[in-house]
Design a binder for this molecule. Structure first.
Ligand SMILES: [Zn+2]
Length: 91
């Protein structure tokens, strides 16, 4: 992945992992350890297209109740590992 500069402040971006939290109706889910580029200056997070697509699939699977039990745990919110391997993701 090319290290383009931040489109907001022109700062340097570095690779990292972040937790992505999303609210679905009354529930909050957190997708853990999502690969991101983080701007060292303003902290803006950038997700690649592939990562965004996988998060959409994870969220869809969660809504449909097809996330493997072992891949998630319910705390105050539900955490789902971004690295979860699911047959549905390759379809
Ligand atoms: Zn920035």
């Amino acid at each position: 992945m090319a290290q383009y500069r931040c489109c907001f402040c022109n700062g340097k971006r570095k690779r990292g992992k972040a937790d992505y939290m999303i609210k679905l109706g009354e529930e909050v889910i957190i997708i853990k350890n999502v690969p991101v580029l983080i701007c060292e200056n303003c902290g803006e997070r950038f997700y690649s297209l592939g990562v965004s697509r996988k998060m959409e699939k994870i969220i869809k699977a969660y809504r449909e109740g097809t996330i493997p039990l072992a891949a998630s745990k319910t705390i105050l919110a539900t955490e789902i590992a971004f690295s979860t391997n699911m047959a549905a993701f390759s379809a």
